[in-house]
Write a protein that binds this ligand. Sequence first.
Ligand SMILES: N[C@@H](CCC(=O)N[C@@H](CS)C(=O)NCC(=O)O)C(=O)O
Length: 213
Amino acid sequence: MLELYYFYPGCSLAAHIALEESGMPFLAVRVDLKDAAKNAEYKKINPRGTVPLLIHNGVQLLENVAIMTYIDALAPAAKLLPADPMERAQCLAFLVWGASTAHINFRMSFRPERFGAGPALHEEMKALGRTNYWATLQTLNERLTGQDWIMGKDFSVADGYALRFYDWGRIAKFPVEELKAFTAHKDRMLARPAVRRVLEREASPLIQLAAAQ
Ligand SMILES: N[C@@H](CCC(=O)N[C@@H](CS)C(=O)NCC(=O)O)C(=O)O
């Protein structure tokens, strides 16, 4: 039995897409991290209080990169990570960059208090986080220029992570539509049935926005 705890608009989207693309049956459990009471309930299951959380046969696994790698190991036929050793390592390098750099740049732009500086520095840190996050989005746009997927010609779990970064950019009112290759990638993702199922389950505005286009 596989269970995935997720939150919209959390980074759990990457693991959620990986699981849906794997074709394995699973239970998706929505967590409301903004509701203090529900958050307290969730901390009884996961004391760290973060998503994504995968539970497989009662064993807990945290961290997007570990979860996506584990899902790939359970469902190799779905080709969620490249088979070639160097391509695989490159894909893992992207996932680690996503967790350690892209995600952290975004976090600094809206949660400076997490970095421990006093309130006097928060506005400055937010501004720096925004500058760095915009650079992150531009890096992703450059990477996608001339290729359909983050890893080149084939879809991989890296693409679900990229979609989360694009949507955070949209939510934080960056001009993401100026990023042509990244926007085309978002549309390519929306055309995948498994991705659509995830976005519908998460009630992501990306679905309504695409319908309104
Ligand atoms: N390094 C973790 C980060 C997980 C994380 O911070 N998730 C956020 C949602 S994007 C969360 O659960 N935040 C709630 C909190 O930190 O209290 C991963 O990549 O899975």
